[in-house]
Design a protein around this ligand. Structure first.
Ligand code: COA
Length: 223
């Protein structure tokens, strides 16, 4: 039985393992090759907010195994939590790699507005992909956003990630802008990114109109 729910502290090691596996290329580029270190750093990112009762860190739980994750930002940290993360990161990565990691994470960062439920860290365990878990995480995130008074679901996705884009479009999000960055091309090997969103207040665009908007956004990027 699959259950989508807010994460508890006990879920975080499983969640970190799913993220490490689902994003192994990016994790390798940002943090290096030591899997144990990456998992402990990832775990600490979510520990403070979850401990303080933040319920926008979501997991897919199949019979006690964490098989999927999705985080709704902003994910806020206290000064003490930031200090604890920095100390662990310096210890595990060393100062130079930490600076490099901070720069790479900054390249992908997004500052959500107060109306946004900004979705990040969507990952499903490799042996469970294609079973509808990503779609269920998105449906839960939309309900969460409604309940928390957010009026838009938003996210950035690599333009070549056709599977993720399909899952997001099926959840009703549409591409509204595209950006290209040589810095992300150099650091991650990914140049083009789509911003996708879904309004939770206005009428949804019919699929033909969504397709027109997507083409307009792509044409604008080509100019
Ligand atoms: C993207 C991801 C979260 C999707 O989760 P999932 O549980 O596999 O997704 P679902 O099973 O709900 O849906 C998969 C859909 O993609 C479709 N799909 C699979 N490969 C595809 C491809 N190459 N191009 C387009 N669609 C594809 C499937 O047919 C299915 O669509 P359907 O439901 O209409 O049949 C998961 O694959 C993953 O963790 N990928 C690695 C990490 C990642 O890229 N995260 C997103 C970062 S923005």
């Amino acid at each position: 039985m699959l259950q989508i729910r807010s994460a508890r502290l006990a879920d975080l090691p499983g969640m970190a393992a799913v993220l490490q596996d689902a994003f192994s290329d990016k994790m390798h580029a940002i943090f290096g090759s030591d899997r144990e270190k990456i998992v402990s750093l990832l775990e600490l990112i979510y520990t403070g907010p979850v401990k303080r009762g933040y319920d926008g860190v979501l997991v897919a739980d199949r019979g006690g195994r964490i098989v999927g994750t999705l985080v709704i930002e902003p994910l806020l940290h206290t000064a003490d939590e930031n200090r604890a993360f920095e100390s662990l990161a310096v210890r595990e990565l060393g100062l130079l790699r930490l600076l490099r990691a901070a720069f790479m994470l900054w390249l992908l960062s997004h500052k959500p507005g107060p109306d946004e439920a900004y979705i990040s860290d969507v990952g499903v365990a490799a042996d469970c992909q294609g079973e509808g878990i990503g779609g269920q995480l998105m449906a839960y995130a939309e309900r969460w956003a409604h309940e928390h008074g957010r009026t838009r679901l938003t996210l950035w996705v690599a333009a070549d990630n056709a599977r993720a884009i399909h899952v997001y479009e099926k959840a009703g999000l549409a591409i509204t802008r595209t950006r290209a960055s040589w810095l992300t091309r150099l650091t991650y090997g990914i140049r083009r990114w789509h911003f996708m969103e879904k309004s939770l207040t206005s009428r949804q665009l019919p699929s033909g109109e969504r397709e027109d908007r997507r083409r307009d956004a792509e044409d604008a990027e080509k100019v």
